[in-house]
Design a protein around this ligand. Structure first.
Ligand code: DC
Length: 214
């Protein structure tokens, strides 16, 4: 088990996926779980401040995460969960204690029988405290906002860099200040600053740390 935590836009997902491929391990994108619950709540009009209703919704969800995909009731929602609205409202799900507890269960079940590279905010601190290696991957907030802005524009979404940066700062502050499972580096995690590094550089760096050359 390798955990990769850190703020939005640090390139964690891509790095974790490529590192998992390289190790021949499975990849777990835990943000996708929070996003699927958010999408379902928005579609069903569930009150985002009603923890009981959100937990009942999550309990009844038919969600699965085959490699590279997110499925909701059999529908491929991999693109829909990256929407600006889902991104923005995901904080209500992230702040909801019963849903968090449920998703932690999904995450541990996913990792039960295989070697996994997992990515999120609380993987090294709460979900997998005994992981073999833990990384906290970050980058300057301008660089993270630029990356996210490029991604949104490439997907044809309309967003200014300033708006992306402002949203991201608000999300970072909430993720780090959350009462339950706040985003932070585990005491035994190694922090990796990816500012100025390419994805390939970061994957190479982490791979060397997980599998040092003999
Ligand atoms: O990493 P991401 O942007 O896909 O995460 C989506 C949301 O889920 C975001 O609000 C942070 C939250 N999240 C979390 O609280 N804990 C995790 N392990 C992963 C994501």
């Amino acid at each position: 088990m390798v955990t990769i935590d850190g703020p939005a836009g640090a390139g964690k997902s891509t790095v974790a996926r490529l590192l998992a491929d390289r190790l021949g391990w499975r990849f777990l994108d835990t943000g996708a779980m929070y996003r699927v619950v958010t999408l379902a709540a928005l579609r069903e009009g569930v009150d985002l401040e009603d923890a009981g209703a959100l937990d009942r919704l999550a309990a009844g969800l038919d969600a699965s995460f085959p490699p590279g995909l997110a499925l909701l009731g059999g529908e491929d929602v991999s693109a829909a969960i990256r929407d600006v609205a889902v991104t923005r409202f995901s904080r209500f799900i992230a702040d909801c204690a019963p849903v968090r507890a449920r998703l932690v269960g999904w995450q541990r079940a996913f990792a039960e029988s295989d070697d996994v590279v997992t990515e999120g905010r609380d993987q090294g601190t709460i979900v997998f405290p005994d992981a073999y290696r833990k990384f906290f991957v970050t980058a300057s907030d301008h660089e993270r906002a630029r990356r996210r802005h490029r991604e949104l524009v490439a997907r044809g979404q309309d967003a200014t860099l300033e708006a992306v940066l402002a949203d991201q700062r608000a999300r970072d502050a909430r993720d780090a200040g959350r009462a339950i499972a706040p985003m932070r580096a585990a005491d035994d995690a190694e922090t990796v600053d990816t500012t100025g590094l390419s994805i390939e550089d970061v994957v190479e760096l982490l791979h060397r740390k997980v599998r040092p050359a003999p």
